[in-house]
Design a protein around this ligand. Structure first.
Ligand SMILES: NC(=O)c1ccc[n+]([C@@H]2O[C@H](COP(=O)([O-])OP(=O)(O)OC[C@H]3O[C@@H](n4cnc5c(N)ncnc54)[C@H](OP(=O)(O)O)[C@@H]3O)[C@@H](O)[C@H]2O)c1
Length: 308
């Protein structure tokens, strides 16, 4: 099928509210050396997208973020991950555009090593939702906190993109999971395998845990929930907590990685039946600003996806 000359693509006009994301007609991207063109069929709208659009990041990271991403608006176009079709072969694919972005568009030029065949059992929407929370959850549980079978794990923020992936992977590793989320998401947490659920609005966390994963960054004194020898993952740590983690052997913070080996590991977890992305709301691409408004509440169940 011949390619069109133009496409609809999103850009962020300034750091601000959801209306700072606009969709406009743009020329099709031209793949450079080592890149392929993908027709995007679905893409996630994540907590990270909301942070990059609003400029609201954990305390202490604001200046650093603007120096890295752009002073008055993010330099790169939005959209971190995608599922779609390789127009050259017709193959269904999914992958990560990463910090270079551009997946909130009808076409994307992306490094070939960050594109994989989409497994037959996954829809485009699930493919779009696959990598964002899953990669972070796997890295924190397996590489950083080294969660073992039989251990007790507390997940604070257990039903969003990262938490819903962490819950599944932790169960696969043989851990017993206590999930913290609002009551409206307790059924989801239980379906994903939580042994205990806690409503952060009305209940206190009791007991001690071998691993504590503070996904959303709201635990006060998170170390107080650790058993002797316990490990702590601060997925949304502020600057002080992130620097503090460098000095403590069993505390981990900072951004997770996104290389091909980590993508392949997550696909292997899916193939083993240990992980499947939880699909929340799916909106048309034209409603991208509305999707941003939902993402920045930090209360979405699973993953939010826009469909091109
Ligand atoms: N370090 C990294 O590399 C990395 C990577 C990805 C994401 N992140 C960060 O991780 C955080 C979570 O991302 P996400 O995509 O999972 O977000 P999300 O999809 O919006 O999910 C947020 C989760 O937190 C829960 N929650 C909200 N307020 C809470 C509170 N006061 N106490 C306890 N739980 C609460 C929500 O439950 P209810 O809906 O029931 O309230 C939901 O389960 C974001 O800050 C994001 O920037 C960091």
């Amino acid at each position: 099928m011949p390619l069109p000359q133009t496409m609809k693509a999103a850009r962020v006009t300034h750091y601000g509210g959801p209306d700072a994301v606009v969709i406009a007609e743009r020329p099709l991207p031209q793949p450079g050396p080592g890149e392929v063109l993908v027709q995007v069929r679905a893409a996630p709208v994540t907590a990270g997208d909301a942070r990059m659009r609003s400029g609201k990041v954990p305390r202490g990271f604001g200046l650093l973020m603007r120096l890295a991403l752009g002073w008055s608006r993010p330099r790169n176009p939005p959209g971190w991950a995608f599922a779609g079709v390789d127009p050259a072969s017709g193959q269904r694919v999914f992958g990560i555009a990463g910090i270079r972005g551009g997946a909130h568009a009808e076409y994307l030029a992306v490094r070939a090593e960050q594109v994989m065949p989409l497994p037959d059992g996954l829809s485009f929407e699930e493919g779009a939702a696959f990598f964002f929370g899953g990669l972070t959850a796997a890295e924190y549980l397996i590489d950083k906190c080294r969660l073992q079978a039989g251990e007790r794990l507390l997940i604070n923020g257990a039903t969003g993109a990262v938490g819903s992936a962490a819950l599944q992977i932790a169960r696969h590793l043989g851990a017993t999971v206590t999930a913290v989320a609002s009551a409206s998401n307790h059924a989801l947490a239980q379906r994903l395998g939580a042994a205990e659920v806690i409503d952060y609005r009305s209940q206190k966390i009791g007991g001690r845990f071998d691993v504590v994963l503070d996904v959303i960054g709201t635990l006060r004194a998170p170390q107080s929930h650790l058993a002797p020898g316990g490990r702590l993952g601060l997925i949304s740590g502020d600057m002080a907590a992130t620097l503090g983690a460098l000095l403590r052997p069993r505390v981990f913070a900072g951004p997770s990685g996104e290389g091909r080996a980590k993508m392949e590991r997550l696909i292997a977890l899916y193939t083993a039946g240990a992980y499947r992305p939880v699909l929340g709301q799916c909106l048309p691409f034209a409603e991208l600003a509305q999707a941003h408004a939902i993402a920045e509440t930090f209360h979405k169940p699973g993953n939010l996806v826009v469909v091109m």
